[in-house]
Design a protein around this ligand. Structure first.
Ligand code: SF4
Length: 301
């Protein structure tokens, strides 16, 4: 039954979401959570399961399938039909006006507490902004631009907080009726209008994620402690040097020294490694391990 082993990790993800679905349903009495969490967990389970089973060169297809299944549901169904604004400004409006909503649950699971377990998994597998920019041809990033650019996302985050706080507390503004929809459309249009030109100009699909996305600010709080973060196992490094070509800059030294190999571009460096170096499975990749589930094959190898 060794062929079943790669499916352990997607099965765990599937079960976590279905467990959450039943707990939220029982706690709130709202059966919508069964559909909502069940759909997301099933989409991720299918995407990650396919990722594990497909040959390495076809794996990006499985990841993009999961991105589209979850992303279109979040924006198309929850946003346009249920009128839940899952953009950062939507969350802030709900928080500042004291309204409990699906956006609060979404941010708690995907962006605040979830990253303590699965790091920046949302960025790689479920983000509706990334599902579009990942279609662009610049998936081989040249690394980070030196200078203060990485602070832009903090400025963007503070600007969003200040804008919503000013509207709610100084102007007594409340999004009502169709206004959450306009906020959702305007927010998404701004993200795409910034992310696509940035990707083209900087020749890096994930330039927006690196320099301008305010959501990354929240996720970085938990993801640095992520249980599923992979660490280098220095004694297993056979100096194949495959990892020196990954544009993280420090991945090689991190793996050699047994330090965590943090995510960048919304993907784990080892995912980049897998996509770029066909025979890495026999060398550098073996030198990593998952803190939480060493016996469970995570979707990186
Ligand atoms: S950094 Fe922002 S835009 Fe990029 S994948 Fe993550 S949440 Fe989406």
């Amino acid at each position: 039954m060794s062929w079943l082993r790669p499916l352990q990790f997607p099965a765990v993800i599937f079960l976590i979401f279905w467990t959450l679905a039943f707990v939220l349903w029982r706690k709130t009495g709202n059966p919508f959570f069964i559909f909502d969490m069940g759909y997301i967990g099933t989409s991720l389970g299918v995407g990650i399961g396919l990722y594990q089973l497909l040959p390495r060169h076809k794996r990006p297809v499985a990841r993009r399938l999961a991105q589209f299944l979850v992303g279109v549901y979040m924006v198309g169904f929850l946003g346009l039909i249920v009128l839940q604004n899952m953009q950062l400004e939507g969350l802030l409006f709900y928080l500042f006006t004291g309204i409990f909503s699906g956006a609060i649950i979404h941010y708690s699971i995907a962006k605040l507490f979830g990253p303590l377990i699965f790091g920046r998994g949302f960025c790689g597998w479920a983000c509706w902004t990334a599902m579009i920019i990942d279609l662009l041809p610049y998936d081989r990033s040249g690394g980070w631009i030196p200078g203060p650019w990485r602070w832009l996302r903090y400025a963007h985050f503070l600007l969003s907080v200040a804008l919503v706080a000013a509207l709610v507390f100084f102007f007594a503004y409340r999004p009502q009726h169709w206004t959450p929809l306009w906020w959702l459309l305007a927010g998404n249009l701004f993200y795409y209008a910034a992310a696509i030109p940035m990707a083209i100009v900087l020749k890096d699909n994930r330039a927006f994620c690196k320099y301008l996305c305010p959501v990354a600010v929240l996720m970085r709080l938990g993801s640095r402690f992520s249980l599923l973060k992979m660490n280098g196992v220095s004694e297993r490094c056979d100096s194949c040097m495959a990892c020196v070509n990954v544009p993280d800059g420090h991945l090689h030294s991190r793996l050699r020294e047994g330090r965590p190999a943090g995510a960048f571009d919304g993907m784990h460096p080892v995912q980049h490694l897998c996509q770029r170096v066909p025979d890495v499975g026999t060398s550098g990749l073996m030198g990593t391990r998952c803190r939480l589930a060493r016996k469970i094959a995570p979707p990186f190898g």
